[in-house]
Design a binder for this molecule. Sequence first.
Ligand code: F6R
Ligand code: MG
Ligand code: MG
Length: 370
Amino acid sequence: DKITISLIKADVGGWPGHSTVHPDLIETAKEALQKAKDEHILEDFHVTGVGDDLQLIMTHRKGVDSEEIHKLAWNTFEKATAVAKELKLYGAGQDLLKDAFSGNIRGMGPGIAEMEITERKSEPIVAFMMDKTEPGAFNLPIYRIFADPFNTAGLVIDPSMHDGFKFEVWDIMEHKKVIMHSPKEMYDLLALIGAKSRYVIKRVYATESNPKVKGEVVAVVSTEKLYQIAGEYIGKDDPVALVRAQSGCPALGEVLEPFAFPHLVSGWMRGSHNGPLMPVSIKQAHCTRFDGPPRVAALGFQVANGRLVGPVDLFDDPAFDRARETAQYIADYMRRHGPFEPHRLPLEEMEYTTLPKVLTKLKDRFEKIQ
Ligand code: F6R
Ligand code: MG
Ligand code: MG
């Protein structure tokens, strides 16, 4: 039996500033989705907030890119925006870039990760939600989950995974995609996805030879580029992802393991700084220090005939304390660079810059060097 899991998120107002989601927005979204569940549009749902992003996790039988589901998400964000405006929350409605819904939520501002799957005998999935960073922040952990045998023991010792996985990589500048096999093309794959601001993992597929998940999608990441849609800076595209675990896929602990290393990602203050990605529980998912540091939360569910049994707040665990401490240490270290690279992003990746104005001011004072 096929089931679709859709994780759709948007920043429709922060409280205060860009730090977190006001509980009234979460309540409003819950009411809207409960109504859709009562009307049998949704099988089940869970609403939460990570940083300033409102997250709708939904299951249904309408497949990916369903107009009905995307419209439901859009209308839910509009209702939440109305509440955000009343409370004068910061940046109310900021990710709703179009005035009216036109059939598909892609390219309209919200981030979206959805997959249609055959529900296995038991179907564990993890919803990862990041704030203050960009989709390429998932490249390293997704690579390690599905391609690195030093992370995922199952690649070596579980016969069903031994043929590896296939990666769908998007070139987000030229709007092209390519499917590459790991381990066969591992080095070529790394050559692309190491350039994380341009080449972004969109999906991972099992091979046809994987007996438990035969050729199916096993991971999906949101890759929307907000500033390209809007034509100007309106915030980073804080990404989300869905990852399936166990029996033919990496074990739950293999899926979480890469996040024990708080790798450097771009985003943070004004979308213009490199900083460590700190794994946090939902109750710790408020972006505070220098509007960050960038955070990732993870909710685990068992999908049971479409029902979302959960969530379990997976980083709410002392096993990730050391990663949080390391992230804080790295945050201190990076912050001491102030406005200098590589803390501040290189010019072409910055989302705000006053450099053109500074150059105009100095235009007549620049002299040729002999
Ligand atoms: C980063 C982010 C924040 C804002 C910063 C300035 O993604 O959302 O760091 O960039 O708080 O916000 P404005 O320009 O809205 O005052
Ligand atoms: Mg915001
Ligand atoms: Mg955000």
